[in-house]
Design a protein around this ligand. Structure first.
Ligand SMILES: [Zn+2]
Length: 246
């Protein structure tokens, strides 16, 4: 009969095989594996810098005296990189991130991994100016876990069009040391002093950081052609000019 084998399957299980005399162990001896990654950062209050074509060019000078490597400028990412995330298990986001940042130095890439992971910098609207500030790099040029990286991050105040600049520092990796926090606080204060001392500084600004809206992205800048991923931006994240709405 064709269904004979099915019938056989539905029959109750046969008598279980006799249990071995040794009882099941209550605990399995396990090999433990663990990685503790530790990222930390600090940002200062924002300082209002008078809007103008000179504003962006002033940013690197705010690291002078504190930078211990070449100072690099990371511009806001256009819409085609709006998903960029430094998480390798998400290949599409990781690929965008690599395409956007492979040109930067190991120090800047490390800084972006740390500061983007803890949400201290958001390249949808931030311009980030970065250097090694304290500590050493390994033989490949990547900062050690207790090295401090950072600089300043700026965005355009949607109400006034002024540039808002804050000091940003970060550190971390496969280790943590107790005195790094104190060194980072000292560096943050140094950067903040430099920002306030800028000739175009208008003083501390109590402005919330913008929250980029998820969606189709914003307008294309008529001045520099930058396609913003920041849907509600009134000022071009890249050049700071007013975006023209149709
Ligand atoms: Zn622009």
């Amino acid at each position: 009969m064709p269904l004979e084998f099915l019938k056989r399957r539905t029959r109750p299980e046969a008598v279980p095989p006799p249990v071995a005399s040794a009882p099941l162990p209550e605990e399995v001896s396990a090999q433990e594996y663990q990685l503790r990654l530790y990222y930390q950062g600090k940002t200062s209050e924002g300082v209002r810098i008078q809007a103008g074509p000179q504003a962006l060019n002033e940013l690197p000078s705010m690291l002078v005296g504190l930078a211990r490597s070449e100072i690099e400028v990371v511009e806001p990412l256009p819409i085609e990189f709006s998903e960029a995330t430094p998480v390798i298990s998400r290949p599409s986001e990781a690929m965008q991130w690599l395409n956007a940042h492979h040109v930067h130095s190991p120090i800047t890439r490390h800084a972006l991994v740390v500061l983007e992971s803890i949400d201290a910098v958001d390249l949808a609207f931030d311009t980030f100016v970065c250097a090694l500030l304290d500590g050493e790099t390994d033989t490949s040029g990547y900062p050690e876990y207790n090295a401090i990286v950072g600089g300043v991050a700026s965005h355009w105040d949607e109400a006034t069009g002024d540039m808002i600049v804050r000091a940003v520092v970060g550190w971390g990796g496969k280790g943590v040391r107790g005195d790094t926090d104190r060194a980072a606080a000292r560096l943050l204060a140094g950067l903040f002093t430099n920002i306030l001392a800028n000739q175009h500084s208008l003083g501390v600004a109590r402005v919330e950081r913008p929250v980029p809206a998820a969606g189709r992205g914003g307008l294309v800048c008529a001045h520099c052609g930058f396609a913003s991923a920041h849907e509600r931006a009134f000022y071009c994240p890249k050049c700071g000019m007013r975006l023209l709405r149709g």
